[in-house]
Design a protein around this ligand. Sequence first.
Ligand code: PEP
Ligand code: MN
Length: 338
Amino acid sequence: MIIVMKAGVSPEQLAQVTKRVESLGLKPHVIEGTERTVVAVVGAEQDATVSGMETLPGVAKVLPILAPYKVASREVQPEQTVITAGPLVIGGGRVGVIAGPCSVESREQILASARAVKAAGAAGLRGGAFKPRTSPYSFQGLKEEGLRLLAEAREETGQAVVTEVVAPEDVPLVARYADVLQIGARNMQNYRLLEAVGRCDKAVLLKRGPAATVDEMLLAAEYILDGGNRQVMLCERGIRTFESHTRFTLPLATVPWLQARTHLPVVIDPSHGTGHANLVPSMAAAAVAAGADGLIIEVHPDPANAASDGAQTLDFTVFEQTMDTCRRVAQAVGRRMA
Ligand code: PEP
Ligand code: MN
């Protein structure tokens, strides 16, 4: 349920409400909006608790939360969440761009990528250090050495580092180096991993599982939010369908659908979403036109020789052209590239 507090509620009244919620074995999430403060109550609540809450001082009204996801819902927080990590801003009418190689391969490769994508306007630098590969024989990433190289690149360019964490026990290590923790598509429903990033103070980019519904993605986000981490962005990276002309099928209707139901910003990954570099520029522009809050794009100095995902990776020149197009599209739809 949502407990809507009266305007000008005192901290004592708020504390009384959260204490009462806890005494019922439920969990309160206080959300301070620009117009009102609400307490989202999660847990297996009974109807009887609702009437009890309405009588507490400072309470304006008590409403049920209709969506299966609670803290992620627009019902609980009408204003969009804006995520800021260093210079990277995702949400609030700004389109934040995260770009870089699929995997960190070497010092030269990540530094050259960071410089090029920053010059083209990407405030976020991506690069996998821990790679979740379909085959155990494929390149698994440079691990901590990769994290160190990403941090070195950030030192020079000032970009926010976005990198994947694949196991709960690695969260403290990756969080020491990264500004944004990426949860990969294969791990969207790894609930212990979601809980671990929920306890951490870094923003999270949650990718949609290729066979997950959007409701399942929102419930996965709910695990992170329920852990106390409110800095969550959702990433549509394509789903598996009967189609084979693209690596995955990239449904852009997800953008306005999600934005109507959740306050969490929505990022599009046209690289994994298509699997083909020649399709990425159009789908990046289409994502911006659809109102995406951010883009994550794979870029490499030499895509043909990339250690992973070369076929869907842009070179520096095409990335720069893509950014120019996206900037013009953003302007046309009343948004701004961050
Ligand atoms: C990646 O971003 O390189 C990646 C592995 O993505 P996904 O989890 O979407 O497959
Ligand atoms: Mn990749």
